[in-house]
Design a protein around this ligand. Structure first.
Ligand code: PGA
Length: 252
């Protein structure tokens, strides 16, 4: 069974309310004619209610940029799975490299977020990726294996649609440097093999693995042409309606 491609826009800490509404409208229009592909956006929390209203009758999936494991309580600055679900959100980015490297989130903490999301039937997009210094000393696969094994410790996956992985080499995020399609494919195949060792083979073969890191209209077709690249997690280019439209309509 072919995996349904997922194009995900991560708006990060961008857009005021008016900009968010404009962009959400544009994405909803872009996605209207897209068949057999999923489109997702993760706006900042301040705009999520308005964006949810706009997406309500669209084919676009609403996601959070992060998610807590607890339902409520003393977790200053966090958003819970029921809070997101109340807004109509169904997915959550977890373990983004900015959470890891700017805010010090560990694999153990990220594992709790993955578990909490899944307990509430939210689909986590678990982000993993090596830093440049790690790639240069050939530690890429070791770093990814640890992030994946600890990030998914004690996680049960019954259906492949319950989990998404995003490979985002840190050196490619927001830098204009992209992994070559071959580099991405090599890592994605490695990730899929690891998933097969952790979960049932049939499930591992169907879990979607996105590529992220300077995905733009000019490189999306080649990246999506790789066998194990099942979608893209897009930052900068997701903030421009035209670019994101072209990425959603990748050829392949
Ligand atoms: P970028 O960000 O597309 O701006 O490199 C990707 C991401 O951080 O998810």
């Amino acid at each position: 069974m072919p995996r349904t491609p997922l194009i995900a826009g991560n708006w990060k800490m961008n857009t005021n309310l008016g900009e968010a509404e404009q962009l959400a409208l544009a994405v909803a229009r872009s996605a209207a004619d897209v068949m057999e592909r999923e489109v997702m956006i993760a706006p900042p929390f301040t705009a999520i209610a308005q964006v949810a209203d706009i997406l309500h009758d669209s084919r676009v999936i609403l996601a959070a940029q992060n998610i807590c494991w607890a339902e409520k309580g003393a977790f200053t600055g966090e958003i819970s799975p029921p809070m997101l679900k109340e807004m109509g959100g169904t997915m959550a980015i977890v373990g983004h490299s900015e959470r890891r490297h700017i805010f010090g989130e560990t694999d153990q903490l990220i594992n709790r977020r993955v578990a909490g999301a899944m307990e509430h039937q939210l689909v986590p997009i678990l982000c993993i990726g090596e830093q440049l210094a790690e790639r240069e000393v050939d530690r890429t696969m070791a770093v990814l294996e640890k992030q994946l094994r600890v990030g998914l410790a004690d996680i049960t996956v019954n259906e492949p649609s319950e989990l998404v992985i995003a490979y985002e080499p840190v050196w490619a995020i927001g830098t204009g440097k992209t992994a070559s399609p071959e580099q991405a494919q090599e890592v994605h195949a490695f990730i899929r093999n690891l998933l097969a060792a952790m979960f049932e083979k049939d499930i591992a073969s169907q879990i979607r693995i996105l590529y992220g890191g300077s995905v733009v209209p000019d490189n999306v077709d080649a990246l999506m042409g790789q066998e194990d690249v099942d979608g893209a997690l897009v930052g900068g280019a997701a903030l421009k309606a035209e670019s994101f439209d072209r990425i959603i309509h990748f050829n392949g």
